[in-house]
Design a protein. Sequence first.
Length: 81
Amino acid sequence: MDDSEKWYITVNGVGKHPDRDTFRLHIELLYALSYRIRMMPKRGIAPDGYYEYTVYPLKGIWDLTEAGKKLDYFDKNELVY
């Protein structure tokens, strides 16, 4: 399977400080969903196209909102993920 055929589960957010509960809940949900899908065959459920995979560590892609880019200081509340 090449990279064009891989599927990913992602979460997106704007203006979410990474030390706040909202971001933490998004990450918890991401991992819970990933592991639940990963374990489906062990319960006898295997959707069409399912293949065994590894749940890798989180990879984050961060940016700033347009307003955050204009500030002369770093404001984590202006992060986009």
